[in-house]
Design a protein around this ligand. Structure first.
Ligand SMILES: Nc1nc2c(ncn2[C@@H]2O[C@H](COP(=O)(O)OP(=O)(O)OP(=O)(O)O)[C@@H](O)[C@H]2O)c(=O)[nH]1
Ligand SMILES: [Mg+2]
Length: 360
Protein backbone atom coordinates (compact mmCIF):
# COMPACT_ATOMS: atom_id res chain seq x y z
CA UNK A 1 0.00 0.00 0.00
CA UNK A 2 1.46 3.32 -1.09
CA UNK A 3 0.99 6.37 1.12
CA UNK A 4 -0.68 9.23 -0.72
CA UNK A 5 0.99 12.56 -1.32
CA UNK A 6 1.98 14.19 2.00
CA UNK A 7 0.35 17.51 1.08
CA UNK A 8 -3.03 15.93 0.52
CA UNK A 9 -5.72 16.32 3.14
CA UNK A 10 -6.03 12.55 2.98
CA UNK A 11 -2.56 12.15 4.33
CA UNK A 12 -2.13 11.97 8.09
CA UNK A 13 0.47 13.81 10.16
CA UNK A 14 3.92 12.31 10.68
CA UNK A 15 4.09 9.46 13.09
CA UNK A 16 0.61 8.21 12.32
CA UNK A 17 0.39 5.31 9.97
CA UNK A 18 -2.13 5.27 7.20
CA UNK A 19 -4.80 2.67 7.75
CA UNK A 20 -4.36 -0.47 5.70
CA UNK A 21 -7.80 -0.09 4.26
CA UNK A 22 -6.85 3.13 2.45
CA UNK A 23 -7.01 2.40 -1.23
CA UNK A 24 -4.64 4.49 -3.28
CA UNK A 25 -6.87 3.96 -6.26
CA UNK A 26 -9.86 5.48 -4.42
CA UNK A 27 -7.71 8.39 -3.25
CA UNK A 28 -6.58 9.09 -6.79
CA UNK A 29 -10.16 8.90 -8.04
CA UNK A 30 -11.27 11.46 -5.46
CA UNK A 31 -8.34 13.72 -6.27
CA UNK A 32 -9.08 13.52 -9.96
CA UNK A 33 -12.76 14.32 -9.46
CA UNK A 34 -11.93 17.20 -7.18
CA UNK A 35 -9.55 18.84 -9.60
CA UNK A 36 -11.76 18.48 -12.61
CA UNK A 37 -13.73 21.67 -13.02
CA UNK A 38 -16.39 21.44 -15.71
CA UNK A 39 -16.04 23.79 -18.65
CA UNK A 40 -18.62 26.47 -19.38
CA UNK A 41 -19.94 24.34 -22.21
CA UNK A 42 -20.32 21.29 -19.97
CA UNK A 43 -22.22 23.38 -17.45
CA UNK A 44 -24.49 24.84 -20.14
CA UNK A 45 -25.23 21.37 -21.51
CA UNK A 46 -25.87 20.04 -18.01
CA UNK A 47 -28.22 22.87 -17.09
CA UNK A 48 -30.17 22.52 -20.32
CA UNK A 49 -30.48 18.81 -19.58
CA UNK A 50 -32.00 19.80 -16.23
CA UNK A 51 -29.08 18.46 -14.21
CA UNK A 52 -29.20 19.90 -10.68
CA UNK A 53 -25.51 19.23 -10.04
CA UNK A 54 -24.54 21.39 -13.02
CA UNK A 55 -26.97 24.04 -11.78
CA UNK A 56 -25.39 24.05 -8.31
CA UNK A 57 -21.92 24.34 -9.77
CA UNK A 58 -22.92 27.21 -12.04
CA UNK A 59 -24.46 29.05 -9.09
CA UNK A 60 -21.24 28.54 -7.17
CA UNK A 61 -19.39 30.24 -10.03
CA UNK A 62 -21.89 33.11 -9.99
CA UNK A 63 -21.26 33.49 -6.25
CA UNK A 64 -17.48 33.40 -6.55
CA UNK A 65 -15.37 36.51 -6.21
CA UNK A 66 -12.63 35.05 -8.40
CA UNK A 67 -12.56 37.05 -11.68
CA UNK A 68 -11.87 33.86 -13.67
CA UNK A 69 -14.97 32.24 -12.21
CA UNK A 70 -16.98 35.34 -12.95
CA UNK A 71 -16.10 35.34 -16.62
CA UNK A 72 -16.96 31.63 -16.81
CA UNK A 73 -20.21 32.37 -15.00
CA UNK A 74 -21.05 35.05 -17.56
CA UNK A 75 -20.36 32.61 -20.35
CA UNK A 76 -22.73 30.09 -18.80
CA UNK A 77 -25.43 32.70 -18.23
CA UNK A 78 -25.20 33.92 -21.82
CA UNK A 79 -25.29 30.35 -23.05
CA UNK A 80 -28.48 29.45 -21.23
CA UNK A 81 -30.24 32.81 -21.49
CA UNK A 82 -32.46 31.88 -24.47
CA UNK A 83 -33.91 29.12 -22.30
CA UNK A 84 -34.61 31.27 -19.26
CA UNK A 85 -37.58 33.53 -18.50
CA UNK A 86 -40.30 30.90 -18.78
CA UNK A 87 -41.32 30.97 -15.18
CA UNK A 88 -43.16 32.76 -12.48
CA UNK A 89 -41.01 34.47 -9.90
CA UNK A 90 -42.51 34.89 -6.45
CA UNK A 91 -40.96 36.99 -3.68
CA UNK A 92 -41.76 36.20 -0.07
CA UNK A 93 -40.93 38.54 2.76
CA UNK A 94 -41.75 38.90 6.43
CA UNK A 95 -40.02 39.62 9.70
CA UNK A 96 -37.71 36.97 11.20
CA UNK A 97 -39.71 34.15 12.71
CA UNK A 98 -42.94 34.88 10.84
CA UNK A 99 -42.64 31.44 9.26
CA UNK A 100 -41.28 32.11 5.76
CA UNK A 101 -39.21 28.94 5.50
CA UNK A 102 -41.98 26.76 6.92
CA UNK A 103 -44.46 28.39 4.56
CA UNK A 104 -42.17 27.82 1.57
CA UNK A 105 -41.88 24.16 2.51
CA UNK A 106 -45.68 23.73 2.61
CA UNK A 107 -46.30 25.95 -0.41
CA UNK A 108 -43.46 24.37 -2.40
CA UNK A 109 -44.76 20.87 -1.71
CA UNK A 110 -48.21 21.97 -2.85
CA UNK A 111 -46.69 23.32 -6.08
CA UNK A 112 -44.71 20.15 -6.81
CA UNK A 113 -47.90 18.14 -6.19
CA UNK A 114 -49.42 20.18 -9.01
CA UNK A 115 -46.54 19.08 -11.23
CA UNK A 116 -44.51 22.26 -10.95
CA UNK A 117 -40.77 22.44 -10.62
CA UNK A 118 -39.83 24.74 -7.78
CA UNK A 119 -36.54 26.50 -7.08
CA UNK A 120 -36.05 28.34 -3.80
CA UNK A 121 -33.41 31.05 -3.48
CA UNK A 122 -32.78 33.47 -0.65
CA UNK A 123 -31.67 37.07 -0.40
CA UNK A 124 -30.28 37.58 3.04
CA UNK A 125 -27.36 39.99 3.24
CA UNK A 126 -27.55 39.83 7.03
CA UNK A 127 -26.65 36.14 6.99
CA UNK A 128 -22.98 37.01 7.46
CA UNK A 129 -23.86 38.18 10.94
CA UNK A 130 -26.22 35.35 11.82
CA UNK A 131 -24.01 32.87 9.93
CA UNK A 132 -26.71 32.12 7.48
CA UNK A 133 -29.87 30.18 7.67
CA UNK A 134 -28.30 27.43 5.54
CA UNK A 135 -28.68 24.70 8.10
CA UNK A 136 -31.87 26.10 9.54
CA UNK A 137 -33.58 26.36 6.20
CA UNK A 138 -32.51 22.96 5.00
CA UNK A 139 -33.94 21.37 8.10
CA UNK A 140 -37.10 23.46 7.97
CA UNK A 141 -37.58 22.48 4.36
CA UNK A 142 -36.95 18.81 5.02
CA UNK A 143 -39.63 17.52 2.67
CA UNK A 144 -38.89 19.96 -0.11
CA UNK A 145 -35.16 19.22 0.03
CA UNK A 146 -35.93 15.58 -0.73
CA UNK A 147 -38.37 16.41 -3.53
CA UNK A 148 -36.78 15.73 -6.89
CA UNK A 149 -38.83 18.53 -8.45
CA UNK A 150 -37.43 21.08 -6.04
CA UNK A 151 -34.11 22.84 -5.74
CA UNK A 152 -33.12 24.82 -2.65
CA UNK A 153 -30.18 27.14 -2.57
CA UNK A 154 -29.42 29.13 0.56
CA UNK A 155 -28.38 32.74 0.29
CA UNK A 156 -24.95 33.81 -0.86
CA UNK A 157 -23.33 35.44 2.11
CA UNK A 158 -20.49 37.77 3.00
CA UNK A 159 -21.70 40.48 0.71
CA UNK A 160 -23.41 43.79 0.27
CA UNK A 161 -27.09 43.79 -0.64
CA UNK A 162 -26.17 44.81 -4.18
CA UNK A 163 -23.81 41.86 -4.49
CA UNK A 164 -26.27 39.34 -3.10
CA UNK A 165 -29.05 40.73 -5.31
CA UNK A 166 -26.95 40.36 -8.47
CA UNK A 167 -26.08 36.78 -7.60
CA UNK A 168 -29.70 35.95 -6.92
CA UNK A 169 -30.83 37.44 -10.20
CA UNK A 170 -28.27 35.47 -12.13
CA UNK A 171 -29.20 32.35 -10.20
CA UNK A 172 -32.84 32.87 -11.21
CA UNK A 173 -31.79 32.71 -14.86
CA UNK A 174 -29.81 29.53 -14.27
CA UNK A 175 -32.72 27.89 -12.41
CA UNK A 176 -35.16 28.78 -15.17
CA UNK A 177 -32.88 27.37 -17.83
CA UNK A 178 -32.63 24.20 -15.74
CA UNK A 179 -36.38 23.73 -16.11
CA UNK A 180 -37.68 25.26 -12.90
CA UNK A 181 -40.96 27.00 -13.68
CA UNK A 182 -41.67 28.47 -10.27
CA UNK A 183 -38.95 30.46 -8.55
CA UNK A 184 -39.46 31.44 -4.93
CA UNK A 185 -37.23 34.07 -3.39
CA UNK A 186 -37.24 34.38 0.36
CA UNK A 187 -36.02 37.52 1.99
CA UNK A 188 -36.01 38.60 5.56
CA UNK A 189 -38.04 41.75 6.14
CA UNK A 190 -35.28 43.96 7.40
CA UNK A 191 -33.25 46.63 5.67
CA UNK A 192 -33.62 47.21 1.97
CA UNK A 193 -33.69 43.60 0.87
CA UNK A 194 -37.45 43.66 0.16
CA UNK A 195 -36.99 46.43 -2.36
CA UNK A 196 -34.26 44.46 -4.12
CA UNK A 197 -36.40 41.32 -4.19
CA UNK A 198 -39.49 43.24 -5.28
CA UNK A 199 -37.55 44.41 -8.31
CA UNK A 200 -36.73 40.87 -9.41
CA UNK A 201 -40.08 39.10 -9.00
CA UNK A 202 -43.48 39.02 -10.70
CA UNK A 203 -45.50 38.60 -7.52
CA UNK A 204 -44.62 39.86 -4.07
CA UNK A 205 -46.11 38.22 -1.02
CA UNK A 206 -45.95 39.62 2.48
CA UNK A 207 -46.20 37.12 5.29
CA UNK A 208 -47.58 38.31 8.63
CA UNK A 209 -48.72 36.86 11.91
CA UNK A 210 -51.59 38.19 13.96
CA UNK A 211 -50.62 40.40 16.85
CA UNK A 212 -52.62 41.82 19.68
CA UNK A 213 -55.12 43.65 17.51
CA UNK A 214 -52.63 46.29 16.44
CA UNK A 215 -51.86 44.65 13.13
CA UNK A 216 -50.92 47.75 11.22
CA UNK A 217 -48.52 49.03 13.83
CA UNK A 218 -44.89 48.86 12.96
CA UNK A 219 -45.52 47.76 9.40
CA UNK A 220 -43.68 49.84 6.86
CA UNK A 221 -46.02 51.59 4.46
CA UNK A 222 -43.62 50.92 1.59
CA UNK A 223 -43.88 47.17 2.12
CA UNK A 224 -47.67 47.27 2.17
CA UNK A 225 -47.55 49.15 -1.11
CA UNK A 226 -45.25 46.60 -2.70
CA UNK A 227 -47.31 43.59 -1.62
CA UNK A 228 -49.54 41.83 -4.14
CA UNK A 229 -50.97 39.73 -1.33
CA UNK A 230 -50.75 39.61 2.44
CA UNK A 231 -50.94 36.20 4.02
CA UNK A 232 -51.45 35.86 7.75
CA UNK A 233 -49.57 32.73 8.71
CA UNK A 234 -49.91 30.48 11.77
CA UNK A 235 -53.71 30.57 11.56
CA UNK A 236 -54.03 27.41 13.62
CA UNK A 237 -54.90 26.38 17.19
CA UNK A 238 -55.71 29.31 19.42
CA UNK A 239 -54.59 31.69 16.75
CA UNK A 240 -57.41 31.15 14.26
CA UNK A 241 -59.72 33.89 15.44
CA UNK A 242 -56.99 36.45 15.88
CA UNK A 243 -55.75 35.63 12.38
CA UNK A 244 -59.22 36.15 10.93
CA UNK A 245 -59.50 39.54 12.64
CA UNK A 246 -56.10 40.50 11.30
CA UNK A 247 -57.20 39.50 7.82
CA UNK A 248 -60.24 41.82 8.03
CA UNK A 249 -58.09 44.65 9.25
CA UNK A 250 -55.51 44.20 6.49
CA UNK A 251 -58.19 43.96 3.83
CA UNK A 252 -59.65 47.23 5.04
CA UNK A 253 -56.23 48.88 5.02
CA UNK A 254 -55.35 47.56 1.56
CA UNK A 255 -58.43 49.28 0.14
CA UNK A 256 -57.03 52.63 1.20
CA UNK A 257 -53.97 52.29 -1.01
CA UNK A 258 -54.01 53.77 -4.50
CA UNK A 259 -54.83 51.33 -7.33
CA UNK A 260 -51.87 49.38 -8.71
CA UNK A 261 -50.60 49.89 -12.24
CA UNK A 262 -51.22 46.20 -12.86
CA UNK A 263 -54.93 46.70 -12.21
CA UNK A 264 -54.58 44.08 -9.48
CA UNK A 265 -56.26 44.59 -6.13
CA UNK A 266 -54.17 43.00 -3.36
CA UNK A 267 -56.00 41.02 -0.71
CA UNK A 268 -55.25 39.50 2.65
CA UNK A 269 -55.87 35.86 3.52
CA UNK A 270 -54.97 33.42 6.29
CA UNK A 271 -53.07 30.16 6.20
CA UNK A 272 -51.30 27.66 8.37
CA UNK A 273 -48.15 25.96 7.22
CA UNK A 274 -48.84 23.32 9.87
CA UNK A 275 -52.41 22.32 8.94
CA UNK A 276 -51.85 23.41 5.29
CA UNK A 277 -55.13 25.26 5.40
CA UNK A 278 -55.14 28.22 3.03
CA UNK A 279 -51.99 27.13 1.20
CA UNK A 280 -53.71 26.22 -2.05
CA UNK A 281 -55.67 29.50 -1.92
CA UNK A 282 -52.36 31.36 -2.03
CA UNK A 283 -51.51 29.64 -5.29
CA UNK A 284 -55.01 30.36 -6.64
CA UNK A 285 -54.50 34.05 -5.88
CA UNK A 286 -51.16 34.06 -7.68
CA UNK A 287 -52.73 32.27 -10.66
CA UNK A 288 -55.48 34.91 -10.82
CA UNK A 289 -52.85 37.60 -10.73
CA UNK A 290 -50.88 35.98 -13.55
CA UNK A 291 -53.97 35.68 -15.69
CA UNK A 292 -54.79 39.35 -15.25
CA UNK A 293 -51.22 40.68 -15.60
CA UNK A 294 -50.49 38.58 -18.67
CA UNK A 295 -53.72 39.54 -20.41
CA UNK A 296 -53.17 43.27 -19.87
CA UNK A 297 -49.42 42.88 -20.69
CA UNK A 298 -48.36 44.29 -17.35
CA UNK A 299 -46.41 41.08 -16.67
CA UNK A 300 -44.25 41.44 -19.79
CA UNK A 301 -43.77 45.20 -19.32
CA UNK A 302 -42.71 44.78 -15.72
CA UNK A 303 -40.07 42.22 -16.68
CA UNK A 304 -38.69 44.57 -19.34
CA UNK A 305 -38.52 47.42 -16.82
CA UNK A 306 -36.82 45.11 -14.33
CA UNK A 307 -34.23 44.11 -16.92
CA UNK A 308 -33.39 47.74 -17.60
CA UNK A 309 -33.21 48.45 -13.90
CA UNK A 310 -30.81 45.54 -13.39
CA UNK A 311 -28.65 46.61 -16.28
CA UNK A 312 -28.17 50.00 -14.64
CA UNK A 313 -27.70 48.43 -11.22
CA UNK A 314 -25.00 46.15 -12.59
CA UNK A 315 -23.15 49.10 -14.09
CA UNK A 316 -23.37 50.98 -10.79
CA UNK A 317 -22.17 48.00 -8.79
CA UNK A 318 -19.27 47.21 -11.11
CA UNK A 319 -18.11 50.81 -11.30
CA UNK A 320 -18.20 51.12 -7.56
CA UNK A 321 -16.39 47.88 -6.84
CA UNK A 322 -13.82 48.56 -9.57
CA UNK A 323 -13.16 52.03 -8.16
CA UNK A 324 -12.85 50.98 -4.53
CA UNK A 325 -10.67 47.97 -5.34
CA UNK A 326 -8.22 49.92 -7.49
CA UNK A 327 -4.85 49.74 -5.65
CA UNK A 328 -3.91 53.36 -6.36
CA UNK A 329 -7.34 54.60 -5.31
CA UNK A 330 -7.22 52.58 -2.09
CA UNK A 331 -4.04 54.42 -1.17
CA UNK A 332 -5.18 57.84 -2.31
CA UNK A 333 -8.51 57.59 -0.52
CA UNK A 334 -6.67 57.24 2.77
CA UNK A 335 -4.44 60.22 1.98
CA UNK A 336 -7.38 62.39 0.94
CA UNK A 337 -9.38 61.36 3.99
CA UNK A 338 -6.58 62.64 6.19
CA UNK A 339 -6.28 65.83 4.15
CA UNK A 340 -10.01 66.46 4.57
CA UNK A 341 -9.81 65.79 8.28
CA UNK A 342 -6.95 68.27 8.65
CA UNK A 343 -8.81 70.90 6.63
CA UNK A 344 -6.12 70.82 3.96
CA UNK A 345 -8.63 69.91 1.28
CA UNK A 346 -12.37 70.41 0.84
CA UNK A 347 -14.40 67.17 0.72
CA UNK A 348 -15.54 68.09 -2.77
CA UNK A 349 -12.02 68.73 -4.08
CA UNK A 350 -10.80 65.51 -2.44
CA UNK A 351 -13.54 63.49 -4.16
CA UNK A 352 -13.03 65.14 -7.55
CA UNK A 353 -9.29 64.56 -7.47
CA UNK A 354 -9.87 60.85 -6.79
CA UNK A 355 -12.42 60.53 -9.58
CA UNK A 356 -10.18 62.38 -12.03
CA UNK A 357 -7.29 60.13 -11.15
CA UNK A 358 -9.45 57.05 -11.68
CA UNK A 359 -10.96 58.05 -14.99
CA UNK A 360 -7.69 59.27 -16.51
N1 LIG B 1 -48.27 27.43 14.81
C1 LIG B 1 -47.54 27.62 13.72
N2 LIG B 1 -46.22 27.82 13.83
C2 LIG B 1 -45.50 28.02 12.70
C3 LIG B 1 -46.12 28.00 11.42
N3 LIG B 1 -45.16 28.24 10.50
C4 LIG B 1 -44.00 28.37 11.16
N4 LIG B 1 -44.19 28.23 12.48
C5 LIG B 1 -43.13 28.27 13.52
O1 LIG B 1 -42.56 29.57 13.55
C6 LIG B 1 -41.15 29.52 13.79
C7 LIG B 1 -40.37 30.28 12.72
O2 LIG B 1 -40.56 29.65 11.47
P1 LIG B 1 -39.54 29.86 10.25
O3 LIG B 1 -40.17 29.18 9.09
O4 LIG B 1 -38.19 29.49 10.63
O5 LIG B 1 -39.61 31.43 10.08
P2 LIG B 1 -38.76 32.38 9.09
O6 LIG B 1 -39.65 33.53 8.80
O7 LIG B 1 -38.26 31.60 7.94
O8 LIG B 1 -37.59 32.83 10.01
P3 LIG B 1 -36.20 33.48 9.56
O9 LIG B 1 -35.63 32.63 8.45
O10 LIG B 1 -35.37 33.42 10.81
O11 LIG B 1 -36.47 34.88 9.13
C8 LIG B 1 -40.80 28.04 13.83
O12 LIG B 1 -40.69 27.66 15.17
C9 LIG B 1 -41.96 27.37 13.17
O13 LIG B 1 -42.16 26.07 13.62
C10 LIG B 1 -47.55 27.76 11.34
O14 LIG B 1 -48.18 27.73 10.31
N5 LIG B 1 -48.20 27.58 12.53
MG1 LIG C 1 -36.25 31.38 7.10
Amino acid sequence: MKTPDKKSALSEIDGINQPDTLSIHAVQQIQKLRKKQPSAKELIDGILKHDKVALSRAITLVESTNPEHLSKANEVINGVLPNANKSVRIGITGVPGVGKSTFIEAFGKHLTSLGKKVAVLAVDPSSTISHGSILGDKTRMEELVKDENAFIRPSASGETLGGVARKTRESIILCEACGFDTIIIETVGVGQSETAVHSMVDFFLLLKISGAGDELQGIKRGIMEMADAIVINKADGDNINKAKLAKTEFNRALHLFPAKKSGWIPTASTCSSYTKEGINEVWNTISDYLELAKSNHYFQEKRKDQNQFWMMETINEQLKSNFYNHPEIIELIEQNKKAVQNDEMSPFAAAVSLLEKYFK
